[in-house]
Design a protein around this ligand. Structure first.
Ligand SMILES: C[S@@+](CC[C@H](N)C(=O)[O-])C[C@H]1O[C@@H](n2cnc3c(N)ncnc32)[C@H](O)[C@@H]1O
Length: 261
């Protein structure tokens, strides 16, 4: 895979905008990952200017608010309805922006946090170079993302049916490390863990993905309708993976931190 993901950004924005009402009820795993991220990095006290990028409905933003310390939090997201949901929970500044074109001054930020948003960016080297620019010397970056084994069962089942891309592509631990090094970030620490969720059927998994806004947004996805036969064949393939009456779905979770010097 190259350093740039081919993603349909308009679709990313549209999918998350549509999911703002259903997200909280379905995002248990996302909350668990956000809490693990904070625990792993022992962020007891936060001070200065703190960004929460891809804040969604404000789960991590609210957690960040709870830490002691004299801080200004700015929560950012590409989808306005997500920001509106976050605004109803958190008393912080909000901005509707794309992480890939941050309108932030050089050396003005102390902390950048992000829970499960960077997998929706196309050019992570560019993103990390920008972070290096906006972070103060010694400022920190802490984020989680999904890795390449995510939804591998769904990918495998679709591969039995056609050659289209049905699942988003994700950068690996090695790639994330290289991109951060290339951007000049330092003190890079990465942890990788697998989470296995269980679903009673494929439709339950698809509904959850849709409800949290996690559509397939790869540029080479299949445009147009999936026929009943294709859907049925994919289901049959996926159901061959059933374990104890449930269908497994892997989430490959990557926890990362680094700093500007
Ligand atoms: C899986 S949600 C995570 C939300 C939140 N961080 C949480 O922990 O629940 C991903 C969020 O990233 C946002 N996002 C995706 N691509 C983005 C981009 N390029 N710039 C800003 N936000 C983006 C989406 O709109 C969505 O709200």
């Amino acid at each position: 895979m190259t350093a740039v993901l081919q993603l349909d950004k308009i679709n990313v924005k549209r999918s998350f905008a549509k999911a703002s009402d259903s997200y909280d009820a379905l995002a248990g795993l996302q909350r668990e990952i956000g809490l693990t991220l904070l625990r792993q990095h022992k962020v007891a006290e936060l001070s200065g200017v703190v960004l929460d990028l891809g804040c969604g409905t404000g789960f991590l933003t609210r957690e960040l608010q709870l830490f002691s310390g004299d801080k200004t939090i700015i929560a950012m997201d590409i989808a306005m309805p997500m920001l509106q949901a976050a605004r109803s929970k958190c008393d912080v500044a909000f901005s509707c922006v794309d992480i890939e074109s941050l309108p932030v001054q050089d050396k003005s930020i102390d902390w950048i946090f992000s829970n499960l948003a960077f997998q929706w960016c196309t050019d992570l080297v560019g993103v990390f170079e920008n972070f290096k620019r906006v972070l103060k010397p010694g400022g920190s970056l802490v984020f989680s993302s999904f890795g390449p084994q995510t939804l591998r069962e769904l990918k495998w089942a679709w591969a039995k049916v056609d050659d289209y891309s049905h699942v988003n592509n994700f950068f690996s631990v090695q790639q994330l490390r290289e991109f951060m090094q290339q951007a000049g970030l330092q003190n890079i620490q990465i942890e990788n863990s697998r989470h296995k969720s269980e679903y009673s059927n494929v439709m339950a998994l698809m509904k959850e993905l849709k409800g949290i806004g996690a559509h397939n947004v790869t540029v080479n996805r299949k445009k147009g309708f999936t026929t009943k036969t294709q859907w049925k064949n994919m289901n049959v393939a996926y159901e061959s993976l059933m374990e104890n009456g449930y269908l497994p779905a892997t989430f490959d979770v990557i926890y990362v931190s680094g700093s500007n010097g």
